[in-house]
Every structure is written in C-alpha cells, then in structure tokens.
Write a protein that binds this ligand. Structure first.
Ligand SMILES: Cc1cc2nc3c(=O)[nH]c(=O)nc-3n(C[C@H](O)[C@H](O)[C@H](O)COP(=O)(O)O)c2cc1C
Length: 220
C-alpha cells in the first residue's frame, strides 16, 4: 500500500477479535517504528507493549481506579477545554461514535459506559503505552506523537487495527504500578491494537475532515 492508501484506509478501531499477532510481525512493526524522526534524534519514546496477564491486570487496576471515584490525574497537561471550532469538532467526533452504536445524545449513562471501554482497551489483545521521562514535556510529546502515527500506519499496512487513546494517559499510577515504571517516567497516552472485529458497528464510525483551504495556507 502507498502512504496515500494507508492514510485512506486507517480509521480508529474500537472493537477487536482476539486473534494473536505473530511474534515476528510484531517485532518487525516495532523495529520499523524505531525509524521515526525526533528532535535532535533524541528518540525519547519508551514504548511499553502490553498483552496477556499484564493487560488483564491493568484492566483490573483501571476499573478499581474508576470505581473508587478517582479523578483523572495525567502526568502532562492533557485536559484541554476545547473552544470554538475545536469544540464543535470534538462534539462532531463524539456524535459520530455514539451514532454508530445507537447511543442517544441524552443517554448519559450509555455514553459513560462507552467511555469506560477505553480503560478496558476495547477488548483488544494488545495495548501500547507511549511513555517518556517527564522532564521532556512538549519536546518529547511532539516526538511521541510522530512515533504513534508511524506505528498506526505500520499496523494498518499489516491489516492490524488500532485506536490512539488520550484516555490511557489519564490515570498514570496504575500503569506505573503494573509495568513497574519509575516515578520519573511519564505516561503520555496509549493505543489499543489488534485485528479488527469486522462486524462491529463501532468500527463503522466515520469522521470527516475540514477542507484544505481552512487548514492550509500556501505562501508564495
Ligand atoms: C492523540 C489522540 C488521542 C485520542 N484519544 C482517544 C481516546 O481516548 N478514545 C477514543 O476512543 N479515541 C481517541 N482518539 C481517536 C480520535 O477520536 C480519532 O482519531 C478521530 O475522531 C478521527 O477519527 P479516525 O481516527 O477514525 O480518522 C484519539 C486520537 C488521537 C490522535
């Protein structure tokens, strides 16, 4: 697939089959993701790929954290209040998602339940956490974003679905605990991945994009 085809094929996947990914394919995907560019080539990403018992344990810990009523406490400035057009687009993407699974706008409970699925990794067999030393802040966040997009395209190329999740950076303590990460390590965000459940309605969510003219200005 060309890069253009990869970009046209990639959509966020939020329902998965439990089919495992061959070890060789998995290693090769992460080997290639290492080719991502970064500021001064510092390669700040510390990538945690989680599956099996560790993933189950994380799900349990996340559920306990949510049930205890804990408020999100991200390591980085990750709780933006979108304004204006950004807020409209935020609502647009949420509506696209909830429409696909027939959840009404006023059904707050169903929306909350759908949100909780984030911390169950949408039942994906794999998750990845994009982590870095906390002091790196925005310098590192740019590089991790680039890494994440590289990874999602490599996964798409192999027919593997994924969903980037800011939600996975909202409660960093359970992640540090289960993955045994030092305090100075920050959890920026994460991604669930695996083969898509082709029949799931949620995977039919369609988002749009603003026009080229509204986003790109050419200066001669
Ligand atoms: C940095 C980032 C964080 C995201 N966080 C979440 C999330 O927590 N939960 C979720 O379901 N989708 C999340 N998404 C997916 C976006 O909602 C999705 O990319 C957007 O609506 C466009 O849809 P598409 O990926 O299908 O093209 C995130 C995407 C990015 C890039």
């Amino acid at each position: 697939m060309s890069v253009e085809e990869l970009l046209q094929n990639r959509v966020s996947i939020r329902a998965f089959s439990d089919k495992p990914i061959a070890d060789k394919a998995l290693t090769s995907i992460f080997e290639n993701a290492q080719l991502s560019p970064s500021n001064c080539n510092v390669q700040p990403w510390q990538i945690c790929v989680v599956s099996g018992k560790s993933l189950d344990e994380l799900k349990t810990q996340f559920m306990q954290t949510l049930m205890s009523g804990s408020k999100p406490n991200p390591d980085f400035n990750w709780l933006p209040k979108y304004e204006g057009i950004h807020r409209e687009r935020q609502f647009g993407s949420a509506n696209a998602l909830y429409n696909s699974i027939n959840v009404a706008r006023e059904d707050k409970k169903a929306r909350q339940m759908a949100m909780v699925r984030n911390w169950q990794f949408f039942d994906a067999p794999y998750a990845v956490f994009f982590t870095m030393d906390k002091y790196l802040d925005i310098m590192g966040a740019v590089d991790l974003g680039i890494y994440a997009q590289t990874l999602s395209l490599l996964l798409t190329e192999q027919g593997i679905g994924s969903c980037m999740q800011g939600a996975l950076g909202q409660f960093p303590e359970p992640v540090r605990k289960v993955l045994n990460l030092p305090d100075e390590r920050g959890i920026l965000f994460g991604m669930s991945f695996g083969y898509a459940d082709e029949n799931a309605a949620i995977n039919k969510t369609k988002t749009d994009r603003a026009t080229l003219e509204s986003a790109v200005a050419f200066f001669n």
